[in-house]
Design a protein around this ligand. Structure first.
Ligand SMILES: *[C@@H]1O[C@H](CO)[C@@H](O)[C@H](O)[C@H]1NC(C)=O
Ligand SMILES: *[C@@H]1O[C@H](CO)[C@@H](O)[C@H](O)[C@H]1NC(C)=O
Ligand SMILES: *[C@@H]1O[C@H](CO)[C@@H](O)[C@H](O)[C@H]1NC(C)=O
Ligand SMILES: *[C@@H]1O[C@H](CO)[C@@H](O)[C@H](O)[C@H]1NC(C)=O
Ligand SMILES: *[C@@H]1O[C@H](CO)[C@@H](O)[C@H](O)[C@H]1NC(C)=O
Ligand SMILES: *[C@@H]1O[C@H](CO)[C@@H](O)[C@H](O)[C@H]1NC(C)=O
Ligand SMILES: *[C@@H]1O[C@H](CO)[C@@H](O)[C@H](O)[C@H]1NC(C)=O
Ligand SMILES: *[C@@H]1O[C@H](CO)[C@@H](O)[C@H](O)[C@H]1NC(C)=O
Ligand SMILES: *[C@@H]1O[C@H](CO)[C@@H](O)[C@H](O)[C@H]1NC(C)=O
Ligand SMILES: *[C@@H]1O[C@H](CO)[C@@H](O)[C@H](O)[C@H]1NC(C)=O
Ligand SMILES: *[C@@H]1O[C@H](CO)[C@@H](O)[C@H](O)[C@H]1NC(C)=O
Ligand SMILES: *[C@@H]1O[C@H](CO)[C@@H](O)[C@H](O)[C@H]1NC(C)=O
Length: 794
């Protein structure tokens, strides 16, 4: 296993290749990476005595474990090159690596028509990366998504055959060729399957007396209908639409008692019976749920005595009938969404009545969000084909990537996407994707405080939400010496083993050959003696083990006496490595605690750094004399920013339209507010505008978010002519209406907000989902409340 890793390292290390090339013929001053030519790094390397610490300190440090080597064991690769005597033999050198990546699989995109084998479809490339990662560092990898035309489509038609859906069923029966024709426009490679559901066949959802049970329509005008059932899978996936037509013609409606149905349970079976039903591995998978009822959810099963949490076991018999309707409770929405996500399936909810549609919309917004699409079905389902099209396009026109970091908590992954070819934004999802390429970047970081013990490698996968293609990322971590090429030196380690040219002693033993038992007296070696004063053991920041300090994070140094500056709990502000109390900042940061960004975005309001009237230091403007303000936009008389944006505000007021205005690369967005707050150190601009009979004073402030310039403003108007009295009454009336509207809008916003939070919470929990301890399941009603009470929709 190690040998393959070794090869990867060899391939990747430009530094080491050069070392090999240079050492045999010293004196040839070759272009070893200049970044290693730095005395700070020499100092840094020289402080480390063990191999692991050495290579973790900086990628320019490498370690020589030759027994008789007289120089610094841990040395800067650059300094080592200039050694003339006592060279460390090449095969006694522990190589070191900078964070970097290589692409190891990069198949071409599938063209539009040139595929036959579904397994060969490529819409994401590259398919595999190998990366080397150092603690606290990140590697950016870029990949591209390009949707292929006629990507296989599988549509499961899940019908609600309750009697109220009779007109819909009649319409679907008459569809004939129209359905295949519609599907063909979406993808020539389509397949369709069909099933129908009712509800768990027990009281109180059904009347269970003999006559009613055999024919639930016994007492209705319809006279006779099919016996009650929970779910019937009627047709496996097929490209043959005649078969579908036949099965539909065979279907009959039936009736149950309450207004809620077992659709979720049917969906669960459709998801978990993949093999039986015939879902394929590479396809866009959609369930179309046509219904006029609401959903029975986890907890409702208790009414028919079904209380166990549903598992992912397939309960369909060979005829496609749900064989054990009373074995488990209904699934929870969370369970469904989790499986939708695993199986990469989407749902179109085609809902019949407006009121119920609100319910599905609210549910979709809070939970199934990007996995669900809700559309209203006309009374007789005449628009069902349109809904299929809309739903399909909704799913096909979005692309979203994610990484499951369960068990990889030491990694962080951030996505950036160039959704519309205008530049990268921090998001993992693009909408409105047509047939073009979209570039993504993933920033993969090994967290600063990762403990490197035995951490050698990992594999993670970037997945697309709906398409079964992944990007494999094999990660090799730098931090544990492998002593490549290091034949054992044959050290005599009495109570320990040889590791990287040194004896690594068992606990309780010490000495070069691990032959000295630890004594209490060794404690004094854990105390620093300086100018006659003696420090505490390991400065109280670590444990003394046989005379050596083992420091607790984040302390470092022989006596754990150093701690790097930290800002807001982050060592070196999270922008650098800490060694012996000193921060080594990554690119783009400077300063003692690496808190100082070399970026200038905070100095630049709309193009000019500090309005050309100051300098940008640490991403903050230091203004020239006479100027002030965050962007040095102020002098005693005027404010250059106010002047520029006054005209934008005037335009907005005159123009009814709210079209976005632009200033350079910036979008200018004036937003009317009831009051504006002064933004730290920034003045409020003021302008007066005459509009008809009104004199309006506008006050506005300005701020910037990415490439949007926000202009929150207030407006205060007074009449200039004298018919104020006449209009006064009208204004009062209008204000009252406005106040009402505002109330409704705030209310709606709050509901929306709550939905978002709940969904977010769910997503956060998702990675840690455990069947037995899923708190959402245990208490579905308190933890996940339907956006509004179900009763409202009946
Ligand atoms: C290394 O850096 C020093 C000072 O920064 C410079 O004088 C010297 O030429 C550099 N050596 C090489 C080989 O680049
Ligand atoms: C990764 O390696 C390539 C050469 O293989 C080099 O051009 C690039 O600068 C390296 N990236 C980093 C972050 O070191
Ligand atoms: C990765 O890309 C992002 C955005 O372009 C950038 O902010 C970040 O510094 C990059 N990281 C590395 C390690 O190159
Ligand atoms: C994705 O494809 C792999 C094989 O490449 C298969 O094992 C897996 O079940 C598929 N996943 C889905 C959701 O179809
Ligand atoms: C679907 O296919 C499976 C075999 O893959 C078969 O056992 C089952 O009977 C079929 N179901 C229907 C409803 O045709
Ligand atoms: C980034 O996202 C914002 C808000 O979603 C959008 O207004 C802006 O245009 C995006 N920027 C780029 C460069 O795509
Ligand atoms: C995506 O990135 C590649 C290079 O990685 C570039 O050649 C291509 O033009 C980019 N495509 C778009 C649409 O920006
Ligand atoms: C010890 O003395 C040296 C020089 O005399 C001085 O630089 C250093 O700060 C002193 N250290 C302490 C801990 O007092
Ligand atoms: C505002 O100040 C700038 C810089 O001092 C000056 O160039 C400009 O003419 C001033 N504008 C007005 C209207 O006074
Ligand atoms: C309305 O706005 C548009 C674009 O912002 C602008 O071109 C037009 O001149 C404005 N009309 C008036 C009457 O100000
Ligand atoms: C601005 O960009 C940051 C990250 O770069 C993002 O979190 C934020 O939502 C963006 N804001 C807008 C308004 O686009
Ligand atoms: C993430 O992976 C773990 C195990 O590797 C798995 O149990 C879990 O279901 C996955 N989570 C998601 C949301 O896919």
């Amino acid at each position: 296993m190690h040998s393959t890793k070794r090869e990867n390292h060899f391939k990747l290390s430009r530094a080491f290749l050069l070392v090999i090339a240079v050492i045999p013929s010293l004196g040839v001053e070759l272009s070893v990476d200049k970044t290693c030519n730095n005395t700070d790094i020499n100092d840094l390397c020289s402080k480390h005595e063990t191999c692991d610490a050495c290579i973790q300190a900086h990628w320019c440090c490498n370690f020589c474990y030759e027994k008789d080597y007289k120089g610094q064991k841990c040395n800067n690769v650059f300094a080592r090159l200039s050694e003339t005597e006592n060279k460390c033999p090449e095969d006694m050198l522990e190589k070191n690596f900078d964070s970097n990546y290589t692409i190891s699989k990069n198949k071409h995109f599938t063209g539009t028509t040139d595929f036959v084998d579904k397994d060969e479809i490529v819409q994401i490339r590259p398919q595999k990366f190998e990366i080397i990662l150092r603690r606290g560092e990140a590697v950016n990898i870029s990949f591209t998504y390009k949707p292929v035309a006629n990507y296989p489509l599988e549509l499961y038609f899940l019908g609600d055959l309750s009697s109220s859906m009779l007109p819909s069923l009649e319409y679907v029966k008459k569809l004939g060729h129209d359905l295949p024709d519609t599907l063909k426009t979406l993808s020539k490679n389509y397949k369709i399957a069909y099933g129908s559901f009712m509800d768990k066949p027990g009281m109180p959802f059904y009347f269970t007396d003999e006559e009613n049970f055999r024919n639930p329509c016994f007492a209705t005008t319809m006279g006779s209908c099919e016996m009650g059932y929970l779910f019937k899978h009627r047709l496996n996936f097929t490209g043959d639409t005649h078969e579908f037509d036949e099965k539909i013609q065979d279907s009959q409606v039936t009736a149950n008692v309450d207004d809620l149905d077992g659709a979720l349970e049917a969906i669960l079976q459709i998801l978990v019976c993949g093999k039986k039903i015939g879902w394929s591995e590479n396809s866009r998978k959609i369930i179309l749920l046509a219904t006029d009822s609401l959903l029975h959810m986890a907890g409702d099963g208790i009414l028919v005595g079904a209380v166990k949490r549903p598992t992912e076991e397939c309960l369909l018999d060979d005829n496609g009938n749900h064989s054990q309707p009373f074995k488990y409770d209904y699934p929870s929405m969370e369970q469904i969404v989790t499986i939708l996500r695993q199986k990469k399936v989407n749902i179109i909810f085609a809902v019949k009545t407006k009121k119920k549609m609100d319910y599905y919309e609210a549910m979709s917004r809070s939970l199934v969000k990007d996995y669900g699409f809700v559309g209203q079905l006309e009374e007789e389902s005449t628009n069902i084909l349109d809904l299929i099209k809309q739903g399909y396009n909704n799913f096909a026109e979005q692309v979203s990537f994610f990484v499951n970091l369960t068990n990889h908590e030491h990694l962080e992954v951030k996505f950036l996407a160039d959704c519309d070819n205008t530049g990268y934004n921090e998001t993992s999802t693009c909408y409105g994707v047509k047939n073009k390429e979209i570039n993504f970047t993933a920033e993969i970081r090994l967290k600063d405080d990762t403990i490197m013990n035995d951490r050698y490698s990992d594999t993670i996968y970037i997945e697309e939400k709906n398409i079964n293609e992944t990007i494999e990322i094999s990660i090799s971590y730098v931090g544990n010496c492998k002593c490549q090429g290091g034949q054992k030196l044959g050290l005599n380690c009495s109570h320990g083993r040889e590791r990287c040219g040194k004896c690594s002693c068992d606990s309780e033993w010490t000495g070069e050959n691990c032959d000295k038992p630890c004594k209490g007296a060794d404690l004094h070696r854990c105390r620093k003696e300086e100018n006659g004063t003696i420090s505490r053991i390991c400065s109280r920041n670590g444990d003394c083990i046989c005379g050596n300090c083992k420091c607790s994070y984040p302390y470092t140094g022989t006596y754990c006496e150093f701690k790097c500056p930290s800002i807001e709990g982050k060592i070196c502000s999270g922008h650098g490595n800490c060694e012996d109390g000193k921060c080594f900042c990554r690119k783009e940061y400077e300063g003692e605690s690496c808190s100082c960004s070399t970026a200038t975005n905070n100095c630049d309001f709309d193009g000019a750094i500090c309005s050309g009237q100051g300098k940008c230091i640490c991403n903050q403007c230091k203004c020239e004399a006479d100027f002030s303000g965050k962007y040095c936009e102020l002098n005693k008389k005027n404010n250059t920013i106010c002047e520029v944006y006054t005209s934008f505000l005037a335009d907005t007021e005159k123009n009814e339209t709210t079209r976005i205005k632009r200033h350079g690369i910036y979008d200018v967005l004036p937003v009317e507010k009831s009051s504006i707050e002064e933004i730290e150190g920034q003045p409020i601009c003021e302008q007066v505008l005459f509009m008809g009979n009104y004199r309006c004073t506008h006050k506005f402030s300005y701020s910037k978010e990415n490439t949007t310039i926000l202009l929150p403003y207030t407006k205060y108007c007074t009449m200039t002519a004298s018919f104020g009295g006449m209009i006064g009454g009208i204004i009062t009336g209008v204000l009252t209406v406005l106040a009402g509207l505002l109330f409704i809008m705030i209310h709606k916003w709050r509901i929306h907000r709550q939905d978002q939070l709940e969904y977010k919470k769910f997503l956060e929990n998702q990675g840690k989902f455990s069947d037995a301890f899923n708190p959402l399941y245990l208490s579905p009603i308190t933890e996940y409340e339907n956006p509004q009470s179900r009763k409202n929709y009946k």
